[in-house]
Design a protein around this ligand. Structure first.
Ligand code: SF4
Ligand code: SF4
Length: 443
């Protein structure tokens, strides 16, 4: 496990501010309620996703798909525009590494990672890290299960499925998540970036010669100081102090060139800036584009085909999402044919078909729904009530029997089209239309 040395500098300050904001968002978001409803909750068992005041049902998963597409293309856009910002500043792996290191320094009185660190310090660090992992796992769980329920179950010691010794799903989730977090932070860490994370692999495809990356100035730096040379005897500016390597969270040497393990966090920039400032020289490591390395006077080009294409896709996704949101009718409907009442003929009366109309209220307000049947043919609706009240986020089904009177004369063919119209009585704009058909027996 790499334990990077702390360093002061411009990028460290930026990272600290971003870390605090993102951590606050992570820790607070699942506990925010508006009108009793969660701000963000991915309730998988109930198949409902609460996202910023919107409750998304499985029938509306396209909202979630658009959000995920938007996040994916944002990653592409920002990488092309400004390099691996995500890895260096916003990735959870980066954030948690910072948090675990910060707490380890606090509990060991800054001995963390230093030769003066004792075995007893490690024991304390591991215990603290374990409880941090439990805490973060419970926060993470709150994105998928209302925290009120979890607290209640913990207080009542309800860890097992009633009358069995099978752990509840949330207990299994928390144990696995705690184990993964602890293993990751106490052992695996930088290997996740270097060996596992797929994003690091396809960075080459996302970056072009105009994307800012952290680079070492080979022309100025080399030949670097050799071990047997004194500072000043070497031709290049690099004094081979290795501070850039010691501060690197993944333990790589940026002087070896662009690598998958480089998060582009800029901490080695801070390190070299500090070292070179002692010699009144500019840093050897900086954010530069490949173009700037070849032509030092060139400026960063922000408008390029790939940034424009990604930007356009993001804008289109934003418009599509806004349009779908504005025109959203918070009613789910489906109509199933009732097989028990299908093609029934009652002499001297007519033909009957049965239907099950399923209505879901996708809003946080009660729904007064009215069902109407439209057709070019005249039907009698043999149902007690065509109106139904559905509670917020509720779901109901209504049985409807349609009768085609014999006096109208049987139409040609074996079926005629009909349309079910489901309206919100309190909001005439909220209308859902479902096509179906009425069948006659084959004579
Ligand atoms: S911090 Fe700068 S001077 Fe020191 S080894 Fe790295 S590149 Fe060379
Ligand atoms: S090489 Fe520099 S920019 Fe890359 S991860 Fe290490 S410290 Fe961060």
């Amino acid at each position: 496990m790499v334990i990077s040395r702390p360093i002061q500098g411009k990028h460290r300050k930026i990272k600290d501010r971003i870390n605090i904001i993102l951590f606050a968002i992570f820790l607070i978001t699942p506990f925010i309620r508006f009108g009793g409803k969660p701000l963000v909750l991915l309730d998988i068992p109930a198949r409902k996703f609460y996202i910023f005041g919107l409750v998304i049902w499985p029938q509306e998963l396209y909202f979630l798909h658009i959000i995920l597409l938007f996040l994916g293309f944002s990653l592409f856009f920002w990488t092309a525009l400004a390099g691996r910002l995500w890895c260096g500043y916003a990735c959870p792996q980066t954030l948690f590494t910072e948090a675990y290191n910060w707490i380890a320094r606090k509990v060991t009185k800054d001995r963390f990672g230093k030769p003066s660190m004792k075995k007893s310090d490690w024991a304390v660090v591991y215990v603290v890290w374990f409880f941090m992992s439990v805490f973060f796992s419970l926060v993470f769980l709150s994105y998928f299960k209302p925290y009120e329920e979890t607290i209640k179950q913990i207080i009542n010691l309800e860890f097992f499925v009633p009358t069995t010794f099978i752990p509840e799903n949330w207990v299994i989730f928390t144990v696995l998540s705690t184990g993964a977090a602890f293993f990751n932070m106490a052992y695996f860490r930088e290997n996740l970036c270097r060996l596992v994370c797929p994003y690091g692999r396809f960075q080459v495809a996302l970056l072009d010669r105009f994307s800012p990356i952290v680079t070492y100035d080979v022309k100025r730096g080399e030949p670097r100081k050799k071990p047997n040379e004194k500072v000043g005897q070497h031709k290049g500016d690099c004094i081979d102090c290795k501070l850039c390597v010691l501060v690197c969270p993944t333990g790589i040497d940026i002087r070896d060139g662009l690598q998958v393990g480089c998060l582009h966090c800029g901490l080695c920039v801070d390190a070299c800036t500090n070292v070179m400032s002692k010699f009144n020289k500019e840093t050897l490591i900086s954010y530069k584009t490949m173009e700037q390395i070849d032509n030092p006077n060139s400026k960063i080009k922000y408008f390029r085909p790939r940034t424009v294409i990604y930007g356009t896709i993001l804008t289109v996704l934003l418009f599509v999402f806004s349009y779908l949101l504005i025109t959203r009718v918070p009613i789910y409907t489906s109509v199933l044919r009732d097989k028990a009442i299908s093609n029934v003929y009652i002499p001297n009366q007519g033909w009957r078909n049965g239907y099950e109309v399923h209505i879901g209220n996708l809003s946080f307000n009660p729904l007064d729904a009215e069902i109407e049947v439209q057709s070019n043919y005249k039907f009698n609706i043999l149902t007690e009530s065509k109106e139904i009240n559905i509670k917020p986020e509720g779901y109901e089904k209504v049985r409807i029997i349609l009768e085609y009177p014999e006096v109208e004369g049987k139409p040609q063919g074996y079926s005629v089209p009909i349309t079910f119209v489901i309206k919100d009585k309190n909001n005439p704009k909220h209308v859902k239309v479902v096509k179906s058909f009425f069948t006659f027996p084959v004579s």
